[in-house]
Ligand binder design. Structure first.
Ligand SMILES: NC(=O)C1=CN([C@@H]2O[C@H](COP(=O)(O)OP(=O)(O)OC[C@H]3O[C@@H](n4cnc5c(N)ncnc54)[C@H](OP(=O)(O)O)[C@@H]3O)[C@@H](O)[C@H]2O)C=CC1
Ligand SMILES: CC(C)(CO)C(=O)C(=O)O
Length: 305
């Protein structure tokens, strides 16, 4: 199965790099500067599961269809990514976004048709460093794909098999919509908490009301999911709670790393969308409201230079 990975940043570089290093057929669709750097220095991955430097196949323009196209851009690059992958999407191509959040499915379904867009999720703390290397910051490396309609079963099974050389044990989910909501609840709450507090979990837990605020974020996001018919599973809530309240933890959401790095963030896609859904369902969400306003204010400052 020929795989195209749009982007060779944290998520795309890590998972695509692992599959390529394991002998899978992966091509990276990247912009010229990234292509040049990879050609010169290789794609470097540093991880508790082993470091690797490889020279994968890259292209800067797609010309013909692939069997599956995985999307690993940030949400604010979605429009340009859709444009870039369009020549790579044929009648039977499976498009699999690995972005956090849910709003991108609307744009992808509208452009390619929902029958071509499967579900995808990445659970991994990873970051693209300014020197172009990819640093995996903990052992978690979970990639989940799943069918959003019955007609995608065979293609999803083939994709799952094609990812296996990566050695990270990809998961083929039979309940991807629930898994996507579970991740979205966890991520919106976690990003809201760590970005509003500008601190990792361990430091927040030292604040008198830190744990109550973490629980508050989780309760708001879980209520939105429940109103949509996707009440988080107890297991998912337990994992989210552990991530957000463990004393001494250095965990931060990737959105906080982006904020502190002075770059753009996915606040609108993640917090704005969750807040909009809360308001649509008549759910009071005071913590999400403040966290989103905080991020909008930071974005206004960034844009003003
Ligand atoms: N990092 C993490 O820990 C996790 C992130 N996620 C989610 O995964 C998604 C990706 O995040 P992450 O990997 O961290 O982001 P990165 O910024 O590390 O990587 C995104 C890459 O996409 C590339 N890209 C964007 N648009 C295009 C385009 N039109 N053509 C070619 N390449 C393009 C960028 O290229 P260029 O370098 O040229 O700008 C960049 O290298 C986000 O939605 C994030 O929320 C999910 C789980 C964990
Ligand atoms: C919470 C985490 C690390 C889980 O994969 C994540 O998705 C992010 O920070 O963007």
């Amino acid at each position: 199965m020929r795989l195209l990975m749009l982007g060779a940043g944290g998520i795309g570089g890590y998972f695509g790099g692992r599959v390529a290093a394991g002998g899978g057929d992966v091509t990276f669709l990247v912009r010229p500067a990234r292509a040049e750097r990879i050609a010169a220095e290789g794609l470097k991955i540093f991880s508790p599961h082993g470091d690797v430097v490889l020279k994968p196949q890259t292209i800067t323009e797609a010309r013909d269809p692939f069997d599956a196209v995985l999307l690993s851009c940030k949400a604010y690059d979605l429009d340009s990514a859709i444009q870039a992958i369009t020549p790579a999407v044929g009648p039977d191509t499976l498009v699999v976004p690995l972005l956090n959040g849910l709003r991108h499915y609307g744009a992808l379904d509208a452009r390619f048709g929902a029958e071509r867009v499967a579900g995808g999720l990445a659970h991994i703390p990873v970051t693209l460093k300014p020197d172009g290397s990819i640093v995996h910051m903990g052992p978690l490396q979970r990639l989940i794909v799943g069918l959003r309609s019955k007609g995608q079963r065979v293609r999803c099974e083939a994709l799952h098999a094609a990812l296996e050389p990566g050695g990270f044990r990809p998961i083929l989910s039979q309940t991807i919509e629930q898994a996507m909501w579970d991740k979205y609840v966890m991520l919106a709450a976690f990003a809201g908490l760590t970005c509003l507090m500008r601190a990792p979990v361990g430091a927040i837990m030292q604040a008198r009301d830190g744990e109550a605020i973490a629980e508050g974020f989780l309760a708001e996001c879980a209520a939105v999911a429940e109103a949509t018919g996707r009440r988080p599973t107890d297991k998912a809530l337990g994992e989210a709670r552990a991530l957000m309240t463990t004393k001494g933890s250095s965990a931060t959401a990737s959105m906080l790393r982006d904020l502190e790095g002075g770059g753009r963030t996915e606040h609108d896609h993640l917090l704005g969308d969750m807040l909009e859904r809360a308001r649509g369902a008549g759910i009071a969400a005071p913590l999400l409201t403040v966290a989103f306003a905080h991020m909008q204010a930071q974005e206004a400052r960034r844009e003003a230079g």
